[in-house]
Design a protein around this ligand. Structure first.
Ligand SMILES: [Cu+2]
Length: 380
């Protein structure tokens, strides 16, 4: 605690105390576990339980697109880790606040009608108090008030997946800590599939061959007097500097999956011509406009709801800050495609670019270089 007291702002330490009070108050006032309806508790107790192993984005946990059986309880463990990360190719450091050690946190996949039972663990080595707000859940604060955990604690929250779609989850402790935690990486996504799988715009069953989770993240890294990005020794030490940068609403980095270059080069996404790929794009804080350079948004669940008919043939689509959306494209031509935030300043200068390397046989009918670059031909 002495490190904590020295390193962090008084507001932060006070939060720890407030948090304890909040948990107690919430437990006393709502007694959420004890007061769950008996009928519901019995029903849920009879359901089969499965553990879903979390995997780091851009990958998704193993899942079925069409549910084979009835509703189940999906057990998930999210371990909160405050972790120093390098967020660009210039060695810029950030003490990220993470679910599962990655930015974004891992994707959780369920089917409509399933119950998601989350064990949220706050590692003893962490400094801060955290919680989780599931946009996919129904109930006050998305579970936020029921999930405050101090370092060394865990809590178990269960919510029913009533709405099919893709949704953000994020930490939301209280006040200024909400944006601070979110823009230090503390967010992820949930996909709730309809039990009978996705449908296209005509209502026909729709399946994907691969799915990738792209979490876009805006970072606000403080600079020193020389203009260089500052480094800190512990999580939270940048608090007052970072709040100043956040107030400008101008991010220093806008990246996919935690760092500039996290999804390019050796880490590029992969696909084959003929495959249908689902791209789930989440942004917990800020609007964005994904675009696949060389492809199209064949089917786009732009607002994220799988109850809604997907938009089709979009050139660029829009993800509202605080939401996730899904786009499916069937690749027709091999090559490297860039998947970008089509604010190209953010894509190229701030980092929001991914690459998709597509294998297959080139189709001259779709595109060919008719003449190589050479001198401008004399005008006849
Ligand atoms: Cu947090």
């Amino acid at each position: 605690m002495s490190i904590l007291t020295k390193a962090l702002s008084p507001a932060l330490t006070r939060r720890g105390l407030l948090a304890a009070a909040t948990v107690t108050a919430a437990t006393a006032a709502f007694a959420p576990v004890a007061q769950a309806s008996t009928q519901e508790a019995v029903d849920v107790a009879k359901l089969p339980r499965v553990k879903q192993v979390m995997v780091a984005p851009p990958f998704l946990p193993e899942h079925e697109q069409v549910a084979k059986d009835g509703p189940k309880v999906i057990e998930v463990t999210l371990t909160i880790e405050e972790k120093k990360m390098v967020i660009d190719d210039e060695g810029t450091e950030l003490w990220a606040l993470t679910f599962g050690g990655s930015v974004p946190g891992p994707m959780i996949v369920a089917h409509e009608g399933d119950y998601v039972e989350v064990t949220l663990q706050n590692l003893p080595s962490n400094i801060m108090e955290h919680n989780i707000d599931f946009h996919s859940a129904t109930g006050a604060l998305g579970g936020g008030a029921l999930t405050h955990v101090l370092p060394g604690e865990q809590v178990v929250l269960r919510w029913k997946a009533t709405k099919p779609g893709v949704f953000v989850y994020h930490c939301a402790p209280e006040g200024i800590m909400i944006p601070y935690h979110v823009v230090h990486g503390m967010n992820g996504a949930v996909m709730v599939l309809p039990r009978d799988g996705l449908k296209d715009a005509k209502g026909k069953p729709f399946a994907y061959d691969r799915a990738y989770f792209i979490g876009e993240q805006d970072f606000y890294v403080p600079r020193d007097e020389q203009g260089n990005f500052k480094k800190y020794d512990v999580a939270g030490e940048n608090m007052s500097d970072a709040l100043d940068v956040m107030r400008t609403l101008t991010p220093t980095h806008v990246v996919f999956n935690g760092a500039k270059g996290a999804l390019t080069g050796d880490n590029a996404l992969k696909a084959k011509a003929g495959e249908t790929v689902l791209f789930i794009h989440a942004q917990a804080n800020r609007d964005t406009r994904p675009h696949l350079i060389g492809g199209h948004g064949d089917n786009v669940w732009e607002g994220g709801s799988f109850n809604d008919v997907p938009a089709t043939n979009l050139e660029t689509w829009f993800i509202r800050g605080g939401s996730a959306g899904a786009m499916a494209y069937t690749f027709q031509q091999p090559g490297i495609y860039a998947y970008v935030n089509h604010n190209l300043i953010e894509a190229v200068m701030l980092g929001a670019t991914a690459h998709v390397v597509v294998e297959g046989e080139w189709n001259d009918d779709l595109m060919m270089q008719v003449a190589k670059p050479g001198p401008i031909a004399a005008q006849g």
